[in-house]
Structures are given as C-alpha cells and as structure tokens.
Write a protein that binds this ligand. Structure first.
Ligand code: HEM
Length: 532
C-alpha cells in the first residue's frame, strides 16, 4: 500500500452515506415522520415529550461554529507529496522530504484573509496556502501564503494589523480587505508593512486560480539533520501551471457573477481529473552565513533574493481528491505552525514565535475544546499516545490506570531511536529581557524598491492603478499624504504617478529614495495619460 492511501483508509471508518438510509434519532431509534411535531390535539401546543423535535431543532440551533478569526473563507483538497530523490537528507531527518519511496497524504486549504466565510473569492487580498502533511512521523503543517513576505515583523502587532484590515467596527464596511481608511492609516504609520503592501497592490493579490499560485512558508525555518546539524530554510511552492493573475476589471465582474470563482475552479479541475501540481523547493542558508545578508533572516518582511540563494527542487505535490463534506474537512481542519516533525524546527523570528502560540489558542475556541486533534481531518496517521485525558468531545477510550509518567504500574515508556524523537534544536540564548525591535529589522524600504524595480512596465502600471483605486477611496487627507510620503521613499516616480491619479501634489523627491527613477513609468503616467 502506498502511504498516500493511509489517510483515506483511516477516514473510511468515519464516512457516513446520507443517501438510501432510514432516518433515525441520534440514539439510533428509527423514525418515519419528521414533518410534524407532536401536539396536544390537532391544533394544540407542541409537547415537551417530543424528543425527536427537540433533538432535531437543538442540533440545528448549534450547527454553526465561529469562523476563523482570519482566513475565514477557504477551499481545500486532498493530495499527496513525494520527494524526487534523497538529496535533502544531508540537511533534514524528516523522512517525508527525503525518502523518494514515500508518498505522503496531505490536505491543502487555500483561503482569502480578510473576508468573512461568505465573501467573494476574487478580492484584492493575500491568499493562504496551508498544507497538512500526514507523515509517518506525525503531522507537519506548512502554513504559508501566496506572498513570500508578511505585513508585520512581530506577532504582537497582529491584532492591530487585523483590526485595521477587517471591516470597520461601527458599520462593518467595507467587506473587501483593502480600500478603507483604517488599513491605509495603519500602513502610513507602520513602514514595515510596505514590502507586503507592494505585493498586495500587484497582480499577485488577484490570482486567476488557486492552481496558478505560488506558495511560501514566509519565515526562515530550520532544517535539522540526523546528526543534529541545523540549516536555515525558506520553503517555496511553485505551480506547474505557472503563476497567473486576473486583471482588476475582471475581478469586479467575476465577484458579481460568481463569488465562488476560485473555489469552483479548484473543485471542477479536480472533478475533471486535471489535478493541480506544485513543486516544493527550498532555499538553504548555512548557519555560519546567518549574518551574510543586508537584512535579518529573522525578519518576515524580507525575501532572500533568488540571485543570492537559488531555490532547489525537492519534490512534487498533487491535489487529486475533493473533500466529501465541506464542514467536516475544510472547515474543521486546524493548521498550526508548531506542528513540526523531527528534522524541521523553528527560528527566533518573532512573527513565527507568536504564531506558534496563536493557532492552538484560537482553535481551542473555534473547534470547541482540547480534543480537536481527534477530529478525523486532523487525526495523524502516525500512532498517537499521550497522557492527556478527558475534556469536551473526548473520542478515545483510554484503558489502563496510568496516565502519568514515570510509572511502574502501566507499560512505561519504551525506548525509541533518537532519530524518531523530536528534539528541540539546541541553540544558545543569551541577553537582557528587552521589549524593543532589533536594529537589524529597521530597513523598510530597500526590498520594496527591489520589488518595484523588478516589475515590467505593465506590472508597474497595474500597481499604480491599484494604489490610485485604494487611496482614491480614502477619505482622510492626512492618511493619503502620509502614504504618498512612504511611497516616495520607495520610488519617487511611483509616488508621483499615484499622487497624480488622485489629484494630489507629488511629494518632493525623497532623499531616502532607494530606487532609481523609472523613465518608462514616468512616460506611461505623464499628466496627459490618466489611469482610472
Ligand atoms: C490562519 C498564514 C501570521 C494567526 C491562517 C491561515 C493561514 C495563515 C494560511 C489559514 C489556515 C487555514 O486554512 O485554516 C499566515 C502567515 C503568516 C501569518 C503566512 C505570516 C507569515 C499570523 C500571525 C498570527 C496569525 C502573526 C497571530 C499572532 C492566525 C489565526 C488564524 C490564522 C488565529 C486562524 C486559525 C484557525 O482558526 O484555525 N494564517 N498567518 N497568523 N492565522 Fe495566520
């Protein structure tokens, strides 16, 4: 049996076919009538005695669970991953990345970030790209996005950032992630957002299809080999179909005509046997090179340019099966950056450290208590044996008397080979307790400029149009001017073109301008040519 089937064999035990079965109560008592409640007399009141009515309506009353606090709208599919060969074994003890004989079952959930569960697919937003690998060594979750960078450097800012992005609290407008004063107010005050804002204003934020999106782990993680040696790593997913985007006008029309556009596209492709594929690649950096860059590897607002560290292919992922039930699988799946397996570890990236707290915490409420890892979609194919007991929704019947270690009365803890055990990477930590961002995180402009300069002329035009659309909707003049001031630090021509489109004065040329002037753009957006 290919290990790619292991998850489905496990799920077979809990699949329930609704068709062609007789109705029963939750207690298995057969019923033949569910259209009328039990009444005292033909036109009399409903009786408390009607246990079927009460059970049916009570269950319905409790059908909804909280949507995810971010990434509420998503679509998912099953698939599997297989490495091409074993070269990565020099760097990691994770078997699913290094044994070409092993096909690992997985589930991917793609999502938008800001909208609610019922929002439209084709909005300008980051897309989540979260993968749960059901490996033989336990579940590994790569919880990434379709951008390689993030808006903030420290997770303590995440609630502020999300409050600025989400609809405004007094009237819950706007539903779209962008185009409102609070987001742009935040951006104008937090220049660390700028690199990701440039991605957000680019065509990457309006993908044609989930099948045509790159994915990124974003953070610098750490691979650890069988000898305990660490290597920094950035993860990349590259779609075999290539990266493709919509254009803004298409997004507007599609959102009205088919709000499920991306979700439907993924579903239809898989139903039609056109299985989407991605190549997993890694950028590796020796620990001795930690300080070889002009940015900090722990800063999630930075990429490692591929000219400096090429992406090396590792293996391929195929998505080949749609879920049977959206709620049971796509809605109840719980990804967590701290779900790691031997051979993969964290770094001190303060955004990652915060995420390692946040996901489990939020899922405790979203999925109703401490046993959500037992929900079928979350259950590992690896054996689970803990001393954790009881709690809401407990599904297991633990036998024996010992739920503690050490003990002499139960089985005890059998010896396991070191390579099979997760051992936290040993690193020296030294320093004063301090609530301050490292100086090495302070350059917020060089990489946005790098991004801008790497764009083709038409891509720059789309970015300018996006900024004009967004800032054109901002009511507060101070916010607009501050954002233009920030753009001016990225590239003067960018700031001038945006200012021109929204009827503002171009800011004076910036002394901190990291970019070169962009002659092609200056011409494209000369005062005689307006981009609406
Ligand atoms: C959900 C990615 C930063 C908290 C998600 C999801 C993705 C994601 C893909 C959706 C998972 C799914 O499909 O179920 C990222 C990336 C980040 C980032 C790539 C930065 C590199 C953060 C930070 C925090 C955070 C800094 C908090 C401090 C959450 C929470 C959820 C979530 C609470 C909802 C999880 C759930 O209800 O299951 N994130 N995120 N994220 N993220 Fe993040």
């Amino acid at each position: 049996m290919a290990s790619g089937d292991a998850k489905h064999e496990q799920l077979d035990g809990v699949r329930a076919d609704a068709d062609d079965t007789e109705l029963t109560t939750q207690q298995g008592v057969r019923i033949d009538h569910t259209d009328d409640s039990l009444q005292a007399g033909e036109r009399g009141p409903t009786l408390l005695e009607d246990f079927h009515f009460r059970e049916k309506v009570t269950h319905f009353d409790h059908e909804r669970i909280p949507e995810r606090v971010v990434h509420a709208r998503g679509a998912g599919a099953y698939g599997h991953f297989q490495p091409y060969d074993g070269w990565l074994a020099d760097y990691t003890a994770a078997k699913f990345l290094t044994d070409p004989e092993v096909s690992t079952p997985l589930f991917v959930r793609f999502s938008t970030v800001a909208g609610s569960r019922g929002s439209a697919d084709t909005v300008r937003d980051v897309r989540g790209f979260a993968t749960k690998f059901y490996t033989e060594q336990g579940n590994y979750d790569l919880v990434g996005n379709n951008f390689p960078v993030f808006f903030i450097q420290d997770g303590i800012k995440f609630p502020d950032f999300v409050h600025a992005v989400k609809p405004e609290p007094h009237n819950e407008i706007p539903q779209a992630a962008s185009a409102h004063d609070t987001l742009w107010d935040f951006v104008s005050l937090q220049p660390e957002t700028l690199h990701t804002i440039m991605w957000l204003m680019s065509d990457r934020a309006i993908p044609r299809s989930y099948r045509m999106m790159q994915g990124f782990g974003v953070h610098t993680f750490r691979l650890v080999n069988a000898q305990g040696k660490g290597t920094f790593v950035k993860f990349h997913w590259k779609p075999v179909l290539g990266s493709h985007s919509l254009v803004w006008d298409e997004c507007q029309k599609i959102a009205g005509a088919d709000a499920d556009f991306n979700r439907r596209d993924l579903w239809d492709a898989i139903e039609g046997g056109r299985f989407p594929e991605w190549e997993l690649g890694v950028q590796l950096v020796e620990e001795s090179d930690e300080f070889a860059f002009d940015f900090d590897l722990l800063d999630a607002t930075k990429i490692i340019p591929e000219e400096q560290v090429p992406v090396r292919p590792v293996g391929k992922m195929v998505l080949d099966r749609n879920p049977d039930n959206f709620f049971a699988e796509t809605e109840q799946i719980a990804f967590h950056t701290a779900n790691v397996v031997p051979g993969i570890d964290f770094t001190n990236d303060p955004l990652l450290q915060a995420r390692n707290f946040s996901y489990l915490d939020t899922q405790l409420i979203r999925l109703g208590g401490p046993n959500f890892a037992q929900i079928p979609i979350n259950r590992p194919v690896a054996e689970v044996s803990t001393n954790q007991r009881d709690g809401y929704g407990q599904q297991r019947i633990h036998r024996g008397t010992t739920s503690y270690t050490p003990n002499t009365l139960g089985g005890g803890c059998p010896a396991i080979a070191d390579s099979e055990v997760f051992k936290h990477y040993q690193a020296r930590v030294d320093g004063d307790k301090i609530r301050r961002r490292s100086e090495s995180f302070s350059d917020h402009f060089s990489q946005p400029t790098l991004f801008w300069n790497s764009m083709a002329r038409w891509e720059k035009e789309h970015i300018v149009e996006a900024f004009r659309f967004e800032l054109g909707k901002v009511g507060d003049q101070g916010v607009r001017e501050r954002v233009l001031g920030e753009l001016n630090h990225i590239d003067h021509d960018l700031a001038a073109a945006v200012a021109h489109g929204i009827g503002l004065e171009a800011p004076a040329g910036s002394t901190e301008n990291h970019g070169r002037s962009s002659p092609a753009l200056s011409q494209a957006n000369s005062p005689t040519e307006s981009v609406e």
